[in-house]
Ligand binder design. Structure first.
Ligand SMILES: CC(C)(COP(=O)(O)OP(=O)(O)OC[C@H]1O[C@@H](n2cnc3c(N)ncnc32)[C@H](O)[C@@H]1OP(=O)(O)O)[C@@H](O)C(=O)NCCC(=O)NCCS
Length: 185
């Protein structure tokens, strides 16, 4: 791994790196998301934009040189102290390694996110894995979360998708991010 922003993460027995994605990762990310039900599959073009324009607020994990995890996110335009996490995807064989949590904290720790004090995402009420990840992140950042409907099954999805609840985590202290990252077991 010769990418300038790649960090080797110390997980015994696993060659794990975290880094910002680049456009060359778009197709690999698209393949990963396909394996991560129930995530919406986006076009490769959408993933290319996430991996280029939104690279500073997205993270890619590689295990043994293969794409194993991806988080897409952006700074909310009308709320510059809030990072919105769009999707979190971890390949089935790489789950349980705290990759999802590590990638989110890695983005928050970057200089680009220096003004971020809140983490937002949407989760469907039945996605227990996602609840687990974001509850764990909130706990590690010593903060609380609130939820409210963001996109309603009927009003916004015309009955074709489940209601997406907005999770608002924070505010948290920037000083709590590095210890949270360091303590991911
Ligand atoms: C959700 C997902 C990203 C979790 O990835 P992961 O790397 O295995 O999660 P982590 O290892 O970082 O786990 C972080 C926390 O979430 C909890 N968690 C993870 N999967 C869980 C599950 N299936 N049920 C309950 N809790 C779960 C872990 O126990 C851990 O909690 P802890 O810190 O209190 O021990 C992964 O399962 C996935 O890609 N699922 C399919 C796509 C999806 O639903 N994405 C989320 C919607 S945005």
């Amino acid at each position: 791994m010769n990418r300038p922003n790649a960090q080797l993460v110390d997980v015994p027995g696993i060659d794990l790196t975290l880094r910002r994605p680049s456009a060359e990762d778009g197709a690999g990310v698209n393949n990963l998301i396909e394996k991560c039900k129930p995530l919406d599959e986006n076009s490769v073009y959408c993933n290319l934009l996430q991996c280029s324009h939104f690279a500073e607020t997205s993270a890619l994990a590689e295990v043994d040189g293969e794409v194993a995890g991806f988080v897409s996110g952006y700074i909310v335009p009308e709320s510059p102290d809030s990072l919105f996490v769009w999707q979190v995807a971890v390949a089935p064989q790489a789950r349980g390694l705290k990759l999802g949590k590590r990638m989110i904290l890695d983005i928050l720790h970057r200089p680009f996110a220096k003004n971020v004090r809140n983490l937002h995402t949407t989760i469907t009420p039945d996605n227990k894995a996602s609840h687990g990840v974001f509850t764990s992140v909130a706990r590690s950042l010593n903060t609380e979360f609130d939820t409210e409907v963001m996109f309603d099954e009927e009003a916004h999805f015309d009955g074709d998708a489940k209601t997406e609840m907005l999770w608002k985590i924070g505010p948290f202290r920037r000083a709590d991010i590095l210890p949270a990252l360091a303590s991911v077991a």
